[in-house]
Each structure stands twice: as C-alpha cells, then as structure tokens.
Design a protein around this ligand. Sequence first.
Ligand SMILES: O=C(CO)[C@@H](O)[C@H](O)COP(=O)(O)O
Length: 230
Amino acid sequence: MTIPTSLTETVAKLRAEVCLLHSELTRWGLVTWTSGNVSARVPGADLMVIKPSGLSYDDLTPESMVVCDLDGTVVDGTHGPSSDTDSHAYVYRAMPEVGGVVHTHSPYATAWAARGEEIPCVITAMADEFGGPIPIGPFALIGSDDIGKGIVETLSGHRSPAVLMRSHGPFTIGKNAKAAVKAAVMCEDVARTVHFATLRGPVQPLPQHHIDSLYDRYQNVYGQRPAPAA
Ligand SMILES: O=C(CO)[C@@H](O)[C@H](O)COP(=O)(O)O
C-alpha cells in the first residue's frame, strides 16, 4: 500500500502533530528515556502515524514518524516503528471510533497496574473524565497484537478511555491523538491522588448516580460550547 496523493498533506500534518504530542508525554512526566508511544489514525484511510521505536524523545522529528497500514506494515518512513505498532493497529481495526492511541509508563498509574488493581472512582475528576473506575487489562507480552486485544477486550463498552495493562502500564484511546494524550495525563493525575488517599485509610467509591451525573455534565456541558444557531 502507498499513501494516496490526496492524503499527502493530511499525513504531513499528522506527522507534525504526533511528533509534537510526544513532547506532552515528557512535559507531564509520563515516560522515562524512550518508553511510551503515541499514534494517530489517518482519517479516510487504513493508515496510522506512529512513533519510531527506541528513539530519544529529543530526537523525534515529524520526518522520523512512521506511517503504517492497519496490519502494522510500514508504508512510509525511514525508521522502524514502535514495538506496540501491531497493538495500536489492532485497536484501530476493532474500534472505528478511535482516532488516537497512547501508551505511557507513568509511575502512579503503572504502580496500580503492577498490583493488578483497578483505580476506584472516588473523586469527581475521575467521574468526569473516566465515568467510573479505570479498569485493569490482562497481562500480555510486548511485540504482537496481544496488548491490542487486551485493550479492546477491556475498553469495549466501557466509559473509561484508559486501561491499566497488568504489570505493564496505561494505554489510552481517544477520538484523536490529542484526546488520547489528555486521557493519559488525567489517568496519571487521578492515579496519584487516589494512591495518596488510600495511604490514609480505606476509600469510598462515589455512588453510581453521582458518577453518572458528573460524567454527563463534564462530557456534554463543561467548557466552551458552540453558540446555538440563531
Ligand atoms: O513498554 C513498551 C512496549 O509496550 C514501550 O513503552 C517501550 O518502552 C517503548 O517502545 P517503542 O515505542 O520505543 O518501541
């Protein structure tokens, strides 16, 4: 497969966007050395743009991003793609609404993953963003699409855009790559806060009706909305 000429500009923009979004992972302290990765689906094609494997974050450039098809085969790029390419591709194939996938080793969320414990929904920020607990996904070895299968199996029908893959770390999804990065940032934020709370004694999950109400407000009312048509 090649990149259709009609998508050349779209792919160039996505290379730049995916490259820039990687700097959010370092800015928020979600990754160490070369760990973690971001990808974006190319709208209108069975393609994605993903981080090259094992490159220092300082050395990432739009040109070093790798374009792959949704079987994980490299279509365009000068570098080998991320170790998690087959898993990102699996998610895009199985979840057509997903436009971005992110993986980090953010320390608090990864600590929950190491213990195989879901993060209970005990604060409003969690109800807002995740609509409930952040679930644990199965253990899966790195290198095939097994992680992708675990992500899809856990997040299908779940409100949470984040899953803590057991003994590994968080993977997040979003309607685009920026939304998936935001979910990764918020996942670490709530993982840290709830961790501190649990150190002081047992925590109490919010009642479901409050979670539902908070989630609805944050997802549908919060922030700036387009003005209604006159
Ligand atoms: O944990 C994993 C593999 O799932 C990754 O975070 C690696 O640490 C980074 O791999 P590349 O994306 O650089 O191949």
